[in-house]
Design a protein around this ligand. Structure first.
Ligand code: ADP
Ligand code: ASP
Ligand code: MG
Length: 412
């Protein structure tokens, strides 16, 4: 029997009624002949509440204990979901990540999946059961519970689809699909029918919280068609899939804002081979994920180096820099934790010009100052003041007509 993985996000499971509605979706798939594996997130805002509980007791909680705590949210969801299915007359069994051998590395709070033992799930499916797997969590080789980073249940779902060798993965959420930008900020953002893995990976990495970036990486690697859709409405949502030639006709597919960032500037570092390597080795040792590195030579002797990090890594990054500051002869460290990054993304940028001009022009018109700019082949990002972030996203979205379906937008 064909297997389908269906993932339900937290808002889609917030109360008993919503769990029942989600269960109906699962039952519908069973009735159409699928063996169903359900991945569930913690209900409502439970993860946020657990984090707040932890911080009340300890401003810097041990990461291992955070994982022990946060994983309980998803565990509750799957057992309640299984109870709802049982009440509807369907045989269902729930598992934690550890119980299905969702093996990860040991980087607590942002672990990466290494392997999945699909046998236990397959056996239960073969017995005709609906299998529910707690999202967002795994175990390391020493049996410690780990979590995959905020939004990580998407990754559990796509990784399970890969492990079970099925191409069908549905992500049920509180929006009706992937929009050109966050509809909570730009109300008229158009829904996309499809988006390429590469664009979605950029968008997810740059702040489009609707999908966890690692989920897209798995999807691309294993060729999983990911269908992001509403848990309330019946209509199709957005398919994330391989790039097709028509996608290049669209200049900008989407825009994003990332608000939980900090920028570190290292001023007048000795300009000699090996220094950049030392800085990033120290950050890597502290397990800080670094984005958007910029280095400029000030003179033959000195260089400035800047980079962006997630704000939750700021303390670790500061400590890491302090440790090598004298070794690299850094004369000043500037930290900005009041920034946001606005990005536009599109595979069409490879073949169209004028994108940068249009983006910078829109920001200038709205009197939004640009702190720094970075680009890749398919994106342009500007760091701006956090208090202007939403406005910046709106003006950029308007400039690229992201309220219209792709085929109705101007080509240049
Ligand atoms: P879930 O709990 O289902 O995982 P999330 O809150 O993680 O849901 O993701 C859905 C939210 O992502 C939406 O409510 C929306 O505000 C936000 N979002 C950000 N960018 C986008 C986008 N480009 N398209 C759709 N939703 C987006
Ligand atoms: N519950 C986790 C979070 O809120 C994981 C998820 O929802 O995907 O980040
Ligand atoms: Mg999510």
């Amino acid at each position: 029997m064909a297997i389908i993985v269906q993932k339900f996000g937290g808002t889609s499971l917030a109360d008993a009624e919503k769990i029942r509605r989600a269960a109906e979706r699962v039952i519908k798939a069973v009735k159409s002949g699928f063996s169903v594996v359900v991945v569930a997130s913690a209900r409502g805002r439970q993860t946020d509440e657990l984090i707040a509980d932890a911080l009340e007791l300890n401003p810097n909680p041990p990461r291992r204990e955070m994982d022990q705590l946060l994983s309980t949210g998803e565990q509750q969801s799957v057992s309640l979901f299984a109870m709802a299915l049982d009440a509807a007359g369907y045989d269902a069994i729930s598992f934690t990540g550890g119980q299905i051998q969702m093996m990860t590395d040991s980087v607590h709070t942002k672990a990466r999946i290494k392997s999945i033992g699909a046998e236990r799930i397959q056996k239960q499916l073969d017995e005709g059961k609906i299998v529910l797997v707690a999202g967002f969590q795994g175990i390391d080789e020493n049996g410690n519970v780990t979590t995959l980073g905020r939004g990580g249940s998407d990754t559990t779902a796509v990784a399970l689809a890969a492990a079970l060798r099925t191409q069908e993965c549905e992500i049920y959420t509180d929006v009706d699909g992937i929009h050109t930008t966050d509809p909570r900020i730009f109300k008229n953002a158009a829904k996309m029918e499809q988006v390429s893995f590469d664009e979605m990976l950029e968008m997810a990495s740059l702040g489009a919280g609707v999908m966890h970036p690692r989920a897209i990486e798995f999807g691309k690697k294993y060729g999983i068609k990911i269908h992001v859709r509403s848990s309330i409405k019946e209509e199709d949502g957005t398919i994330i899939t391989h790039e097709v030639p028509q996608m290049e006709d669209i200049v900008v597919s989407g825009a994003t804002v990332q608000k939980n960032m900090a920028k570190i500037d290292l001023v007048n570092v000795d300009n000699k081979p090996g220094n950049a390597a030392k800085i990033f080795a120290s950050l890597a040792k502290a397990r800080v994920v670094v984005n958007d590195i910029m280095q400029t030579e000030v003179s033959g002797e000195k260089a400035n180096l800047s980079f962006l990090i997630g704000i939750s890594d700021l303390t670790a990054a500061k400590d890491a820099i302090e440790q090598i500051k004298s070794e690299i002869n850094c004369e000043g460290i500037f930290i900005r934790d009041d920034i946001a990054e606005i990005s536009v993304v599109g595979v069409g940028m490879r073949t169209h010009y004028g994108v940068a001009e249009r983006m910078f022009g829109a920001l200038a018109k709205a009197k939004v100052n640009i702190d720094s700019i970075t680009t890749s082949e398919i994106r342009i990002s500007c760091v701006v003041n956090k208090n202007q972030a939403d406005e910046a996203l709106r003006v950029v979205s308007t400039a690229f007509e992201l309220d219209k379906p792709a085929e109705q937008r101007a080509k240049s």
